[in-house]
Design a protein around this ligand. Structure first.
Ligand SMILES: NC(=O)c1ccc[n+]([C@@H]2O[C@H](COP(=O)([O-])OP(=O)(O)OC[C@H]3O[C@@H](n4cnc5c(N)ncnc54)[C@H](OP(=O)(O)O)[C@@H]3O)[C@@H](O)[C@H]2O)c1
Length: 322
């Protein structure tokens, strides 16, 4: 790893989120000064202990307000855009955040001559029926149009202590006798450790990526949705029925769940589940993967036990021998 010249400043939009805290930790270790740009800086205090005194600073920025984005970029050598949403809510629409918001950050990166790392997702597709996937594709296009040397990172589903997938299903298993095998559970994923994603950001800012390139980030193994639920149940040592939930029925359920303030499932997410979420052959062939950034991906088995153990029944601390 090359030492970062003293006082280099990176602004991380969305740095208070799940992947964000791993990125902050990785860049702190490399010596960056960090400016975390979020809508509620008061909610980013959990990041302070990750750095030395004064190394991490939170400022207010909302991707829907370009002036706030520009203020947060002042004096920065690099910008990392981690802002993304899984469902729409009020003014937080996919278009406003993942397409226009991405374009705003990229324009400001270009004006400030700052290096840009933009977060997209495997499955980004301009032709998709999913608004999430379409706006992720639009965000990538906008990033390259404004800042041609940008590097785009597209993770598969990410895992780590605060993730949205394994924690959600482990919590569900605690209270429900069955877990849903959405669409039959056949969708394939390549879960990637959030710490490895953060290492990828560090590698890009360290000059180890090809400018103007999309990297696809996946873990060491491809697993089906059903495999992942079984693995979760094994980790928390609980037996639950896996109930096949065909897509048409899941869509009806999602229609109602979408009314919740924080929906468990949406119809847009179901469209994403119709396609595998794995690193493409093209990315492997063309050298656009984690390994090509010098990172050896971490396995699920190495990390899941460190945070799913809290979902075990009281008094159970380790998995009984097989
Ligand atoms: N997690 C995964 O499995 C996964 C997989 C593929 C791709 N990705 C992509 O990776 C990126 C990071 O994901 P994540 O899981 O870390 O997401 P996350 O935990 O939901 O974090 C999103 C961050 O964006 C901020 N944010 C939301 N709306 C904003 C706005 N209008 N202006 C400024 N900040 C805003 C949030 O903070 P406030 O709400 O407090 O403002 C939060 O810090 C996203 O682009 C996501 O699409 C994630």
């Amino acid at each position: 790893m090359t030492a970062v010249p003293k006082d280099r400043l990176v602004t991380i939009y969305g740095g208070s989120g799940f992947i964000g805290r791993h990125v902050v930790r990785a860049l702190v270790r490399s010596g960056w000064r960090i400016r975390v740009a979020v809508r509620r800086p008061d909610l980013a205090h959990h990041l302070q202990p990750l750095g030395r005194v004064g190394q991490i600073h939170a400022v207010q920025a909302n991707l829907r307000y370009p002036d706030s984005v520009a203020r947060a970029a002042e004096g920065a050598d690099a910008l990392v855009n981690l802002v993304g949403i899984l469902y729409e809510s009020g003014l937080q629409t996919f278009g406003a955040i993942q397409a226009q918001g991405a374009a705003t950050v990229a324009r400001i990166a270009a004006e400030a001559k700052a290096q840009l790392v933009h977060f997209s997702a495997i499955g980004a597709d301009a032709e998709s029926r999913s608004a999430y996937a379409r706006t992720k594709a639009a965000g990538e296009l906008a990033a390259f149009a404004q800042a041609p040397a940008a590097v785009v990172l597209r993770p598969s589903i990410a895992f780590g202590p605060e993730d949205d997938f394994f924690n959600k299903f482990a919590a569900m298993a605690r209270i429900s006798p069955a877990l849903p095998l959405i669409g039959g559970g056949k969708t394939r994923f390549q879960p990637v450790f959030a710490g490895d994603i953060a290492a990828a950001v560090n590698a890009v800012l360290d000059g180890r990526a090809r400018p103007g390139t999309i990297y696809e980030l996946g873990g060491p193994e491809v697993r089906t949705f059903e495999d992942l639920l079984r693995l979760t149940l094994r980790e928390i040592d609980r037996k639950r029925l896996l109930l096949p939930l065909p897509f048409p029925i899941a869509r009806i359920q999602a229609f109602f769940l979408e009314w919740l303030p924080k929906p468990l499932l949406t119809r847009d997410q179901l469209i994403l589940l119709e396609r595998d979420n794995v690193v493409s052959d093209a990315a492997t062939r063309e050298g656009r993967t984690l390994q090509n950034l010098g990172i050896s991906p971490t396995s699920l088995e190495a990390v899941l036990p460190t945070y799913l153990s809290r979902f075990r029944k009281a008094g159970q601390f380790s998995r009984p021998a097989a």
